[in-house]
Design a protein around this ligand. Structure first.
Ligand SMILES: [Zn+2]
Length: 454
């Protein structure tokens, strides 16, 4: 082993890593640390357990004999991506929205896929079965299960005969509350708080007029009030600007989807800023509804094919299915929704509104865990953000949205959750798809996605 010039930092390392310790030293790579700051070259990262204990450019550290050294010269490291909006246990292949899918095994299958694609933390934003969700969350937090770390919004609060649509999400009674009165709504929040939810979810939408009712303001006022009394934040599924405006004024904490019916106006932008409301655009969601029927060239790349289960791959190859989607009236609506969503994201970002990261992956078969998050990054760049801004949103900002200060950036004291890339994404966001390795909690948990079977 090479003998490096001893420094004060080296002494600190030796002190931190007694002979029996199993420190890991990562060296040689370029680093984008998640803060949006400039890339640093030839970075050395020292990992002890699941944490980064030292990090700097050009560091030379004296290492105990049992130190593992990994040389990533020529690679670029970014923090593990963090999804603020996904779902577990709702999809398998082309099946979705039935209670039998909400099993520990099925959820872990998806969480392993997210992690293989470098998404090391996922928020399951509602329709969770608490009996499965909470033990799984505890095991993932403790590193006792394999997959992306998990946070979530308990069952979530919907509307009788309304959202989320029962025909789209035939979830069990244990996966969703549909309160009829403000008292029932408060009771639902209390029960979720009692179970230990991270966030409260509500649905305020009529799904393009397909549902006869929307959540009444008296219900969402009660939810927001009760959640805040329990020190919980509320994330709202929205589509329309008018609903978003009312919810922001009422103190909702997170808009879990972009505004997609029309351009946001300055009054709305100001309200978002004044209230400090978070915004998750979920750009990929509307695109995913039609894009696979057009078979863009990237669908033939391993980065895509390794995220697609066999039943879904068969659907994508089925010309009848493709014709049906291309001719469906909703395709035009989804294309327009995406264009509006792109413009609104740019407007809100430029105004300084707090932007989080999510795709709604896992809610429906076409919203593909792992792939969706990288597609979202590309769409954010299409919206006019720089690759560095998009990456910062998917890492540092996404962690801030969740109130997590142990991840999202790569720095001393933070979790060693990161992606090793074959190319530098700061000039070309597509480089985030060139995954060489994924590390979580200080150990390598994945390589190229070609080795992953969905
Ligand atoms: Zn969702």
């Amino acid at each position: 082993m090479n003998l490096f010039r001893p420094t004060l930092l080296a002494l600190a390392l030796v002190a931190a890593c007694p002979a029996a310790g199993a420190a890991t030293v990562i060296r040689g790579a370029r680093l984008l640390d998640g803060t949006g700051g400039p890339a640093r070259e030839d970075v050395t990262m020292v990992i002890d357990g699941d944490r980064i204990t030292m990090l700097g450019a050009g560091l030379r550290v004296k290492m105990p004999k049992d130190t593992t050294v990994v040389d990533y010269t020529g690679k670029t490291i970014i923090p593990g991506l963090i999804s603020d909006h996904g779902h577990i246990g709702s999809v398998d292949g082309t099946r979705s929205g039935t209670p039998d899918l909400y099993t520990r095994d099925n959820a872990l299958r998806q969480l392993r896929q997210w992690r293989a694609y470098g998404v090391t933390t996922v928020t399951s934003l509602g329709v969770n079965n608490p009996d499965v969700f909470y033990p799984l969350r505890a095991d993932l937090h403790a590193g006792k299960a394999d997959g992306a770390d998990l946070f979530g919004a308990d069952r979530g609060i919907g509307v009788p005969n309304g959202a989320p649509p029962a025909k789209m999400m035939q979830v069990g009674p244990n996966q969703l509350d549909r309160p009829s009165t403000p008292d029932e709504a408060r009771a639902a929040v209390d029960a979720a708080a009692e179970r230990g939810t991270d966030i409260v979810k509500i649905w305020v939408d009529d799904f393009n007029g397909s549902l006869p009712v929307k959540m009444k303001p008296e219900i969402w006022h009660a939810v927001i009030d009760e959640a805040h009394a329990k020190h919980l934040r509320v994330a709202a599924h929205v589509y329309y600007l008018d609903d978003a405006r009312q919810l922001v004024d009422a103190g909702v904490d997170i808009l879990a989807h972009g505004v997609r019916d029309r351009p946001v106006d300055s009054a709305f932008v100001q309200a978002m800023k004044q209230h400090g409301t978070w915004y998750i655009a979920t750009l990929d969601l509307n695109e995913a509804a039609y894009i696979y029927a057009r078979h863009p060239a990237w669908m033939d790349q391993p980065f895509f094919t390794h995220a697609v289960q066999p039943a879904l791959a068969r659907q994508f190859a089925d010309t009848a299915w493709r014709d049906r989607v291309q001719n469906d009236g909703s395709t035009r609506t989804n294309e327009e929704a995406l264009q509006t969503n792109l413009k609104n994201l740019k407007t809100l970002y430029d105004a300084g509104v707090r932007i989080g990261f999510g795709t709604d992956a896992g809610a429906m078969p076409l919203r593909i865990p792992g792939f969706a998050e990288h597609r979202e990054l590309a769409l954010m760049v299409d919206a006019g953000l720089t690759p560095m801004q998009a990456i910062q949103i998917a890492t540092q900002r996404a962690a801030e949205l969740l109130g997590l200060d142990d991840r999202g950036v790569l720095a001393r004291g933070k979790r060693a959750d990161f992606i090793v890339l074959d190319a530098d994404p700061s000039g070309d966001i597509e480089a985030t798809t060139k995954i060489s390795a994924v590390w979580q909690r200080g150990r390598q948990v994945g390589g190229k996605v070609d080795a992953f079977t969905p």
